[in-house]
Design a protein around this ligand. Structure first.
Ligand SMILES: Cc1cc2nc3c(=O)[nH]c(=O)nc-3n(C[C@H](O)[C@H](O)[C@H](O)COP(=O)(O)OP(=O)(O)OC[C@H]3O[C@@H](n4cnc5c(N)ncnc54)[C@H](O)[C@@H]3O)c2cc1C
Length: 290
């Protein structure tokens, strides 16, 4: 049995939405195909009626700065992000996340849209974008809408797009201001399994020695890409110090829900790693606020 019946390559967002709306279910958007093609070929995804390849839509392939935001198209590849001067100047966490994904071949074809839309709790690009307060633009037959990335995920591998004729078109990342910085770090098995044992991204804003604002994302630390909201609240307004970091480390252990994944790590191993990973990441982000 063939794993898809029809393959479409629309040239505009409107055309893609029309094909998606009119194709009999199940039909799937495909971008770089680095996740979806493997899943289809290996039988981890049921055969589909239509694949709608959105990589020929020019406006999904650009990175622009408009007003106070970087706008990243869903079909921008990880390598494109890593090389982009505007992202380099404003979003260290995203540069570091995308620069670590797969190897050069994967980074040349895999897209940031596919990374987020697959909705895996440990996807590196997703965890980077989560700490950067990103908004996601979604296109449907009724037009486009923007939502905070925190509202996009509903479960492991599940997003609010499920069952709808909608797809992700762009990401909006706020430009970096004075006294702000971000960093991303991860722990990975040596033998190239696609997702990390653990990753962490921190965005922080300084007011003198005080933490004015902070966002912490960790993967995998729950059924969806995880923001450590309690720890963020605990850190807000505190002096940046070893004591404060130690309190935050305990807080993360209290709110993150680590699990055992057979080919990557046990929950207990992740609990042991997360405190030091977080310490290194927040210190790096803080140093970048100067
Ligand atoms: C060898 C290897 C190593 C990898 N290493 C890493 C790694 O280190 N870190 C990591 O995070 N990931 C890794 N991955 C996973 C994968 O490469 C990334 O998640 C990639 O960003 C997926 O993008 P894609 O364009 O290939 O998505 P696709 O495979 O095209 O699509 C993935 C899913 O998202 C949906 N989709 C794609 N684009 C959109 C859109 N715009 N709107 C709505 N739905 C959409 C598809 O329908 C599909 O369900 C690796 C994969 C391989 C094969």
């Amino acid at each position: 049995m063939s794993i898809w019946k029809e393959y479409y390559q629309p040239r505009s967002i409107e055309e893609a939405v029309a094909v998606l709306s009119s194709s009999p279910a199940p039909s799937n958007i495909i971008a770089g195909g680095t996740d979806l093609m493997l899943d289809l070929n290996q039988g981890n995804h049921p055969p589909v009626n239509a694949l709608i390849d959105i990589t020929e839509i020019e406006e999904l392939k650009t990175i622009d700065v408009v007003n106070s935001e970087i706008i990243i198209g869903a079909c921008v590849t990880h390598n494109q992000i890593v090389k982009d001067q505007n992202v380099q100047n404003n979003a260290d966490a995203l540069i570091e996340a995308c620069g670590l994904i797969g190897g050069p071949q994967v980074r040349n074809s895999a897209t940031i849209g596919g990374n987020v839309a697959h909705a895996l709790p440990a996807a590196d690009g997703t965890i980077g974008l989560l700490s950067l307060n990103t908004e996601v633009e979604i296109a449907s037959a009724t037009g486009k809408r923007r939502i905070p990335i925190t509202e996009f995920f509903v479960g492991p591998g599940r997003s609010i797009l499920e069952g709808k004729a909608e797809f992700v078109t762009r990401f909006f990342v706020p430009l970096k201001k004075a006294c702000q910085g971000s960093a991303f770090k991860r722990i990975m098995r040596a033998q190239g399994i696609a997702l990390p044992i653990l990753n962490n991204s921190v965005w922080i804003e300084r007011d003198g020695d005080l933490i004015k604002e902070v966002r912490i994302s960790i993967g995998p630390a729950g059924p969806t890409p995880f923001r450590a909201a309690n720890t963020e609240a605990l850190l807000r307004g505190e002096i940046f110090s070893d004591e404060t970091i130690a309190l935050a480390q305990q807080s993360i252990l209290g709110e993150a829900k680590f699990r055992t994944s057979p080919r990557r790590a046990t929950a207990e191993y992740r609990r042991q790693l997360v405190t030091e990973l977080f310490r290194n990441t927040i210190i790096q982000a803080w140093q970048r606020t100067f």
